[in-house]
Design a binder for this molecule. Sequence first.
Ligand code: ADP
Ligand code: MG
Length: 583
Amino acid sequence: MENNVIYGINGPVVTVKNATCFSMMEMVYVGEEKLVGEIIGIKDDFTTVQVYEETTGLKPGDPVVGTGAPMNVLLGPGIIDNIFDGIERPLKEIERESGSFIKRGSSVSSLDPNKKWNVTLKVRLGDKLNGGDIYATLPETPIIEHRLMVPPTINGTVVEIAPDGEYKIFDTIAKLRDENGDVHELTLCQKWPIRTPRPVKEKLPASVPLITGQRVMDTLFPVSKGGTAALPGGFGTGKTMAQHQLAKWCDADIIIYVGCGERGNEMSQVLDEFSELIDPKSNRPMTDRTVLIANTSNMPVAAREASIYTGVTLAEYYRDMGYHVAMMADSTSRWAEALREISGRLEEMPAEEGFPAYLPSRLSEFYERAGRADVLCGAEGSVTLIGAVSPQGSDFSEPVTQNTKRFTRCFWALDKSLAYARHYPAINWMDSYSEYFTDLDPWFEKNLGKDFIKYRNKISYLLQEESRLMEIVKLIGSDVLPDDQKLVIETCRVIRVGFLQQNSFHPEDTYVPLEKQKLMMKTILHLHKQSQKLIAKAIPISQIIGLGLFDKLTKMKYDIPNNRLDMFDEYIKEIDEKLNSIE
Ligand SMILES: Nc1ncnc2c1ncn2[C@@H]1O[C@H](COP(=O)(O)OP(=O)(O)O)[C@@H](O)[C@H]1O
Ligand SMILES: [Mg+2]
């Protein structure tokens, strides 16, 4: 092969003059240390490489060597309970090898090549296999069965097969012969290019909710399994907290958590918290079903650009085994800034606020990889994508927020003034929305009854009514309002404080099952309706409020444990008795 060498270096971007035989998006090794890079431009005599590691010390004349394949990740057992950087380098391994700072060009394999896995073969000699078919399984963690699948691009007949037993990821455990007579070796791992979506058999409608245990999300703004949600909010409004809560509690089988350009200590906090937290369903630590991808603010910017593709590729891989996967990216704004920085180095024509003109298409390509699907192996799986967005100064009109809004169907708008008032989660109920109601309502109706939808609609209606009334109150005070309108305001106080606010640090309140969410709505609306009847009989609202029922309902989230839902009956009874006493 001819010698390709560095011609120029500009931050993470390296140029090669008169390069031979590179193709677009090819993965390359740069310099003597073999830093990982990717070909991102070929124009006239110049080839441009984006380098995923610090380029300090590189110099013109250093070699650039092609790999003949696009930027890819290694998929196989050992992904779960691991922590990777943006190009799937295992951070724990690298730290062990090179001390606390990450050595460049470190050639540690993404997945441990020496670890042995206890493999059970699922096919026999002569079986005809297609891409996606499962040929073996192994316990990856005590709760996740890893299913080894024929790579999507391969099919053939099983011509050799190993016995069940212990194998390392690069061991061949079966061979397939395809129609052309070519033989393909099947190991415990495969590679996949990060920028190419993995194929599925058929996309399915968004008709099953991702249950989060967070009331404002589950009832007012639900997201589906395989759905997309944006979580925009200024600094300190609770994006990271919300993402952690989702990761801990949502009913996905597997969590991919991508820390993208945020502070390093937040990622170590995730690690600590998740290893301590016991998943109530499996009684195992959260880390048994979690993958972390960390590209913190002090790590190279190009790897940050790659991190969300690496994350979503891992998510698709587990989806293809038949799992429901949820991926959180915190924050996609830092990802977009990486894109902007690289684009600037390439001297591309900037669009809005210096972001490249292809920002929208990149965002849309990313969110399009979400979905619930019949996967190739015949099971059902999903990838849900939840992206935090951190607009400067909470200005939602900036390009990353606006474009994310275009490509996501659920919008959880975090609000500075709510956060300031310590109303958490600070999801503003007037600015947020979910476009999944039509898809999800049949599920809610079937699993929780028609009432659930009725209560939710009533709660939304009251909150809108309150917002309208507050405009009047702001102008002329609340004294002028008639009692039935004062009642709306009092009920909405209970909805806001007792229902929408949810305390992540409280053992009962941190996760609330849907059934309890429903009974809470029911109880609040019962008090509202019965009070309305008394007001219609000219009983003054002060007398009704004086009974202390509204205050009691603001605290029922703490007072009624999640396993004592029978207590709601007593609440309803007490409401009826007390209201009857003043009639
Ligand atoms: N749901 C919540 N419950 C209690 N406190 C919260 C909640 N969400 C945010 N906070 C508080 O707000 C602080 C900032 O939240 P964080 O998620 O780090 O904001 P962001 O990521 O948007 O900058 C947290 O340290 C915590 O004190
Ligand atoms: Mg944060």
